[in-house]
Design a protein around this ligand. Structure first.
Ligand code: PHE
Length: 374
């Protein structure tokens, strides 16, 4: 018997109330049994039962012994009282530690066996998709491809020469003003192209020397363009155009009209009518704006066509002789047509989207709803 146990015994003996003493004796005697039972705990339920027996709020050894401490004479409170308290604390801590241990083991076990079902379909990662504007441009390219048109590309940062000079746009034209066009601060002769028409200039210059061997040229040039516009429901400083151009022998307005009729019917439906209205662009002569019969109301008149039955869709015309000359092509021998259409405008009409900004906000709900554009 250790010195400490002797102290405890002396304390117990000094207690006047036998019932209270009995409760403390039981608690002291249970120390060995507790340790054995704890090691035998295999589950969290076992731990719960052990807790109920030794330290629980009601009817446990500790809950009985605590109030019994009032029977300990003052002289023995230091030893006996402190010992009872410390036993309770030890039991609580040991149960807690065992619970944590069992919980960790359970998690490890479950993740390796019960949670793994090899028959389940693996999670399918979300797939990306082309932007609706890109799909619409692709569709235009596919409409023209069977007619022998390929795709030409040009840089978005262009020279004044390609964007204006080569297109017969005079020095004093308002589009050249820095209030309309983004010029590069460090290179004032460079700008963000304001239309896809500079691709006419770069492509014609590139092929001029062997145009005859090629038998002329026909291409589309889809891409981004930039203008100093405030952003609002129908304007954006960046938008998309698709340029179309054909150069050959004896090309006239009839070829332009026939080709556009074919293409616009393929896009908007076989009953689509087109209408050419005279208009002015420095790089075509004659120039026109082209309308299609409103595909949404079959030309009866609706909100999209503002009741007129027609929707303006693109600008076009016969290539101005100066454009051919600038590129090194003889306008006496060659002629052709060109057009330029706004992609957002067409997409908005087809999808009846009232606000252009929706195309640039990358809201998945909008982009998914645009699935019908192609
Ligand atoms: N480049 C013109 C524009 O941006 C469109 C156009 C292209 C008109 C080709 C005629 C011929 O408005």
């Amino acid at each position: 018997m250790s010195g400490n146990d002797q102290d405890l015994l002396a304390g117990l003996e000094a207690m006047a109330d036998a019932t209270l003493r009995k409760r403390l004796e039981l608690m002291l005697a249970a120390r060995g049994a507790f340790d054995q039972e704890l090691t035998a705990c295999e589950t969290l339920d076992d731990c719960q039962r052990l807790k109920g027996k030794y330290v629980g709020r009601d009817g446990s050894l500790a809950s009985e012994a605590m109030p019994a401490m009032r029977g300990i004479p003052v002289a023995h409170k230091q030893t006996l009282g402190a010992e009872i308290n410390s036993i309770k604390k030890t039991w609580e801590e040991k149960i807690k530690a065992r619970q944590i241990e069992l919980e960790a083991a359970r998690k490890k076990h479950t993740s390796l066996t019960d949670q793994w079902d090899p028959t389940l379909t693996p999670p399918v990662p979300a797939r990306g998709a082309l932007h609706p504007l890109n799909r619409l441009m692709d569709r235009l390219v596919e409409v023209f491809r069977p007619l022998g048109f390929h795709v030409e590309e040009g840089p978005e940062v262009e020279t004044e020469a390609h964007n204006f000079d080569g297109l017969n746009i005079p020095e004093d034209h308002s589009a050249r003003a820095s209030s309309d066009t983004f010029y590069l601060a460090a290179h004032p002769e460079l700008l963000l192209r304001t239309h896809t028409s500079p691709v006419q200039v770069s492509t014609l210059r590139r092929v001029a020397h062997d145009l005859a061997a090629r038998g002329g040229i026909r291409f589309l040039a889809p891409g981004r363009v930039y203008r100093k516009d405030e952003i609002d429901p129908t304007h954006s400083p960046m938008f998309h155009q698709v340029e179309g151009m054909l150069v050959g022998h004896g090309i006239g307005m009839q070829h332009l009209k026939g080709t556009l009729e074919y293409a616009l019917r393929a896009l908007f439906g076989p009953h689509t009518e087109i209408r050419l209205r005279p208009s002015y662009f420095p790089f075509v002569e004659p120039g026109c704006e082209v309308d299609v019969s409103c595909p949404l109301c079959a030309a009866k008149g609706c909100r999209v066509c503002k009741g007129s039955g027609w929707v303006e869709i693109l600008g076009a015309g016969l290539i101005h002789p100066n454009v051919l000359k600038y590129a090194g092509i003889d306008p006496g021998e060659w002629s052709g047509w060109a057009f330029g259409m706004g992609v957002e405008r067409m997409a908005m009409m087809l999808s009846q989207t009232p606000d252009l900004r929706l195309f640039f906000e990358n809201d998945q709900r909008f982009l998914k709803a645009m699935g019908g554009l192609d």
